[in-house]
Design a binder for this molecule. Structure first.
Ligand SMILES: [Zn+2]
Length: 113
């Protein structure tokens, strides 16, 4: 089992059926919130229960505190951004590319767990 040093994702590099798994870090989610009456965008991990978010609830846009979110609410304004040190193990297969046969992006590597 490996752990990605960038995203902390854990995975087996070889799947049970014998095929190779090529890890690629997922993007980060940035969330549009209102905090102290100021609209800001924060990392998903930094959202506070008291932040207010706009959601689509039963077809209607409403703004609610995060602590009052309900199952099925669709947050509005979220964006996905690539991680600065993204790892992507998919192999470059262009002979004219100096990375031919190498992973697309090393990121910050992995460790055995
Ligand atoms: Zn990763």
């Amino acid at each position: 089992m490996l752990e990605c040093n960038t995203c902390k994702g854990r995975y087996a590099p070889l799947l049970p059926d014998g095929t190779r798994y090529f890890h690629a870090c997922p993007p980060l989610t940035r969330v549009a919130v209102t905090r102290a009456d100021e609209p800001i965008v924060v990392d998903l991990s930094a959202v506070l229960p008291t932040d207010r978010v706009t959601v689509l609830r039963a077809g209607v846009l409403v703004t609610v505190p995060v602590v009052a979110l309900q199952a099925g609410d669709e947050r509005q304004g979220d964006i996905q951004v690539e991680r600065p040190d993204k790892r992507d193990e998919n192999i470059v297969n262009r002979p004219d590319d100096r990375r031919h046969g190498q992973p697309k992006l090393e990121g910050t590597g992995t460790r055995e767990i």
